[in-house]
Design a protein around this ligand. Structure first.
Ligand code: PRP
Ligand code: XAN
Ligand code: MG
Length: 175
């Protein structure tokens, strides 16, 4: 989520860091797929960009799905903080597969936090199955399947947003 400069960002408000490695993320996506495999079959996977792209690729590979579409959203519009904009919806072909309401389609995102994004995708495709890897309490009711719940004051650091860096020893004040 991108926020206005003058106010603390959602990340700063969250406070508690939860770094996730590529390895951990891959394992969590595979665990998510085990659950989804019990719920499907699905006609197609829809990734909510951009965070949903990586889990969608892993889930699609594990479920043997080759039709992958995107819903492209932007959550920042100059001074309108947090306003969600759909930049691109699913294709006509994917919509047809879901019978217009998303039935049999699998929507994948990396996480739900406030639930704002989840609410939007639910409006677009009410009968689709919505899966995320991580869920915070406010957004959790919007998700059909997720793997790990973290507290609302946690900020998840994804491997594509981070890099390895030196950490001072704990006794010198490291968190
Ligand atoms: O439940 P919410 O409060 O809506 O937050 C969850 C959304 O926030 C993040 O996306 P973000 O808007 O930061 O964009 P990105 O996926 O392009 O990184 C994340 O990938 C989810 O899509
Ligand atoms: O990288 C992120 N980590 C989070 O915990 C989060 N919540 C909303 N958007 C987010 N992005
Ligand atoms: Mg996102």
């Amino acid at each position: 989520m991108v926020e206005r400069n003058s106010e603390p960002s959602a990340q700063e408000r969250a406070g508690r860091p939860f770094p996730v490695s590529w390895d951990q993320f891959h394992r969590d996506c595979r665990a998510l797929t085990w659950r989804l495999n019990e719920v499907g079959p699905f006609h197609a996977v829809i990734a909510i960009t951009r965070g949903g792209l990586v889990p969608a690729a892993i889930v699609a590979r594990e479920l043997g799905l080759r039709i992958i579409d995107t819903v492209c959203v932007a959550s920042y519009d100059h001074d309108k903080q947090g306003d969600l904009k759909v930049l691109k919806g699913i294709s006509e072909q994917t919509a047809k597969l879901g019978g217009g309401t998303g039935k049999g389609l699998l929507i994948v995102d990396d996480l739900v936090d406030t639930g704002k994004t989840g609410r939007l995708v639910r409006q677009l495709l009410p009968d689709a199955h919505f899966a995320t890897v991580y869920a915070k309490p406010k957004g959790r009711p919007l998700v059909d399947t997720y793997i790990t719940e973290v507290s609302q004051d946690t900020w998840i650091y994804f491997p594509w947003d981070t890099a390895l860096s030196f950490q001072p020893p704990i006794r010198d004040g490291a968190a």
